[in-house]
Design a protein around this ligand. Structure first.
Ligand code: ADP
Length: 407
């Protein structure tokens, strides 16, 4: 292979003699050297992916108790409007941080091909509404107006409702960030032949034709001015991957800088009867019954905040910070539910669960809490005897549902 002095490939050479021709400015690189450098590059990429996965995982740990603390404050904090305003700020900002970390986590999942879709048939309007609900605080904080146009008849698609909502969140978040305050953002849902079509239209900074080709690339950031920061340059790359996993397309349009942008997502529709409907969200019919709960987490802040939250809901709680203490607690304070962090000193969460099950305490409900939510972690948790697996930061609504469901 022949390289020019800038390292660009410009041809192949058939022999070492040709490569060393005095008039040639080319450098001959042997195929084994090329293989070595490719292998090195591959290792570097794997290391970077691993780093991103660990980084996003580790950053979730401090974020979990902060989010939980805000939930507690919302529940039991003094109602003064000024304090409420500050709580809302922490809430909004930690939600944004969580979203960024989720994106980072997904980058490593994409690189290792580990994104899987949990498919059901649903009305695209459901994914759109979920996205709007989660992005509304960001829209409000910029004082934008969001005009939503959803047709009355359902448009069924076959896909992962959470992942599609994530796509719309990313597009709406961009529309909010790349538009000056008090902009009018439009979200239009419709049907075109065999596709559900979702358009996000903003009157913001727009995209120039030469930027257009790059915006869907991973880590591409066209506007690097500080005031527009708040993204990692992965949102559109992620959105495109997720849409393509659904057999769809995403396209950007803009008349140029300062002329606004339009992002169009197309997802193939399915007939209403072709797939099982998404199971309706279990509604809480039973009243909350007070439970005895042991929380074991070596992150003292996490355990304390979760404990406060559960006590505020009327449960009796014991918090401890290592695996051995968790086992002792189960004897001195027989619980209905044990919430176990996995990485703990003395005895890890899996071993604690195994020990509890081997003692025959099958009436105790066990919840594993980890920063990792991969299939493998869930399988390991199930095998150790856990009934549920939750990822950090814990979704408190989900936890409350479990508390209602348990025996
Ligand atoms: P980021 O985190 O930087 O927003 P994205 O992948 O979401 O990353 O977007 C990539 C780039 O595309 C952005 O940095 C921005 O320059 C451009 N972009 C995305 N959405 C819009 C929009 N609605 N208006 C103008 N530019 C946009």
């Amino acid at each position: 292979m022949l390289f020019d002095k800038d390292g660009k490939v410009f041809g192949e050479c058939s022999s070492a003699r040709e490569a060393s021709h005095p008039f040639s400015r080319a450098i001959y690189v042997s195929s084994s050297a090329l293989r070595d450098s490719r292998q090195k590059l591959h290792q570097e990429v794997l290391r970077k992916d691993r780093f991103l996965a660990i980084l996003s995982h580790e950053l979730r740990n401090p974020l979990a108790p902060i989010r939980m603390a805000v939930t507690v404050l919302n529940k039991i904090g003094p109602p003064e409007p000024q304090l409420q305003q500050l709580r809302d700020i922490i809430d909004r900002q930690t939600s944004q941080l969580t979203r960024l970390l989720d994106d980072l986590m997904d980058v490593s999942r994409i690189s290792s091909g580990k994104i899987t879709l949990r498919k059901t048939r649903f009305d695209i309007a459901v994914a759109v509404s979920n996205a709007v609900e989660s992005i509304q605080p960001q829209i409000d904080s910029m004082q934008h107006e969001l005009i939503i146009d959803i047709p009355p008849d359902p448009i069924y698609v076959d896909g992962d409702v959470t992942r599609l909502a994530q796509v719309f969140v990313n597009l709406l978040s961009n529309a909010a960030r790349y538009t000056d305050k008090r902009g009018r953002i439009r979200l239009v849902v419709g049907r075109e032949q065999a596709h559900a079509v979702v358009r996000v239209i903003d009157p913001g900074i727009g995209i120039s034709p030469d930027q257009m080709s790059r915006i869907f690339e991973m880590f591409a950031q066209v506007d690097e001015s500080l005031e527009r920061q708040g993204g990692l340059g992965v949102g559109l790359a992620l959105a495109r991957t997720l849409v393509e996993l659904h057999g769809g397309t995403v396209e950007a349009k803009s008349a140029g800088l300062g002329k606004g942008s339009e992002f169009i997502v197309r997802i193939p529709t399915v007939p209403a009867e072709s797939m099982p409907m998404q199971p309706a969200e279990a509604t809480i019919v039973a009243a909350q019954k007070p439970r005895r709960v042991v929380i074991a987490d070596d992150n003292v802040d996490s355990a304390t905040v979760l404990g406060t939250l559960l006590r505020a809901s009327g449960h009796e709680v014991q918090t401890i910070h290592d695996g051995m203490a968790a086992l002792e607690s189960c004897q001195s304070f027989p619980p209905d539910l044990v919430i176990l962090d996995i990485g703990m000193p003395k005895l890890n969460g899996y071993d604690v669960a195994r020990e509890i099950r081997s003692r025959g305490d099958s009436h105790i409900t066990l919840i594993a809490v980890t920063g990792w939510g991969q299939q493998e972690d869930k399988r390991q948790a199930r095998e150790a005897g856990f009934d549920y697996h939750l990822t950090k930061p814990i979704d408190f609504v989900r936890l409350e549902k479990i508390l209602v469901e348990i025996r």
